[in-house]
Design a protein around this ligand. Structure first.
Ligand code: FES
Length: 103
């Protein structure tokens, strides 16, 4: 398998614990969440009607879509109510003070 290509998407301090930010890597829109210092990345658009997830509310690991409240576990991308609905997730690592996402 080819090695994942990690791209820098910002600095650790730009995404404080309990917050979520939208970033763009190539043409992909990705939401990066900081859950108590650990970073997770999912696709930015909700699987209901494409709501912008990074504008939603992050409580612990649970991200609520700002439009109609669908909730996802940012660690797995799974919808909290229907586990057959799952956001695409991306691997994240921190190097120095940079947050990097595998695309
Ligand atoms: S678009 Fe996300 S809940 Fe409707």
């Amino acid at each position: 398998m080819p090695e994942a290509d990690f791209r820098s998407v910002g600095r650790v301090e730009d995404i404080p614990p309990g917050t979520i930010r939208a970033v763009e890597v190539d043409d992909q829109e990705i939401a990066i969440a900081n859950v108590d210092g650990e970073f997770f990345a999912t696709q930015q658009h909700c699987l209901h009607l494409q709501g912008p997830l990074a504008e939603g509310r992050l409580e612990g690991k649970t991200l609520s879509c700002p439009w109609h409240g669908w909730q996802y576990d940012v660690r797995t991308g799974k919808n909290e109510f229907d586990h057959s609905i799952q956001l695409q997730t991306f691997e994240v690592k921190v190097e120095g003070d940079e947050v990097k996402v595998a695309v």
